[in-house]
Ligand binder design. Structure first.
Ligand code: ZN
Length: 263
């Protein structure tokens, strides 16, 4: 499945799966595997797609089950929501790491409606997650920009310099995007890597130019965007970059951040 000019794996760093097909977009593990096979994607980083009920426990369990069933295809992240209660959110992190053995945790202040660096709501949960030393991912978008503005991730990255952070969307997910602020903040914090999903092409190229190709990761945001089309876009964008840069952006970077590639 790996393209002939690269020895490395193609990894999609932003995919959502669900415990069941509970709405028209929701995909279960097998659905995503089928899309990956058709797109030529070797592995996907998966997290849940929030259900209407906000009952995320079965969804985190579905991530765990998917990784167990397809260990060579999925890299699993948990999801926690401080809005469901600080203790509940901490317990969710504990379960995702200690019971499920997941590789990191995601916070989405847009979907779940909270300010990501809120001192009382989310910071205690981030602090709890940081004790495990694993990467932490944040939705950073223009859709709910007050809650998820890039500078808020800058605050968090400064507070936990030993933790690797993933900035999902580079300030995209709506128009106009906050990509200039997002790239500026990422450039100030070495411990932030960006996932270029739900963001326009120029921002992805700019991120590679400013941050270097070692800190930008391909992501499609399946099922909200189409994996095969977004991968084709990345391949077009990277056509005139070095083989090393292509391998880094299309797979090596995210594997290194989550510990799937030791180098
Ligand atoms: Zn996503």
């Amino acid at each position: 499945m790996t393209s002939p000019d690269t020895a490395s794996l193609i990894v999609d760093a932003d995919c959502h799966i669900s415990s069941s097909r509970f709405d028209s977009l929701a995909m279960v593990a097998e659905d995503l595997i089928e899309k990956m096979d058709r797109a030529g994607v070797d592995k996907s980083l998966i997290w849940l797609k929030p259900p209407y009920t906000k009952d995320i426990a079965p969804e985190n369990k579905a991530i765990h089950d998917a990784v167990k069933r397809f260990p060579d295809r999925f890299l699993g992240f948990g999801w926690t929501n401080p809005h469901l209660g600080v203790q509940h959110a901490k317990d969710t992190v504990t379960r995702c790491y200690e019971e499920y053995g997941l590789l990191g945790i995601k916070f989405n202040g847009a979907q779940d409606d909270y300010v990501i660096d809120d001192a009382e709501l989310s910071m205690p949960v981030i602090e709890h997650a940081a004790r495990y030393g694993k990467p932490i991912a944040f939705h950073i978008g223009a859709d709910f920009f007050e809650q998820t503005h890039p500078f808020r991730l800058g605050n968090i990255a400064a507070r936990f310099p030993e933790i690797k952070f993933l900035m999902i969307h580079i300030g995209g997910a709506a128009f106009p995007a906050l990509d200039r602020s997002a790239i500026e903040i990422a450039s100030q914090h070495d411990n932030i890597s960006v996932i270029g999903s739900a963001i326009h092409e120029r921002a992805i190229l700019k991120a590679i130019e400013v941050l270097g190709h070692d800190r930008v990761c391909f992501g499609s945001d399946m099922p909200f965007f189409l994996m095969h089309a977004r991968l084709a876009m990345y391949e077009a964008l990277l056509r005139h970059h070095s083989g090393e840069a292509r391998r880094a952006v299309l797979g090596d970077n995210i594997r290194r951040v989550v510990g799937d590639l030791v180098a």
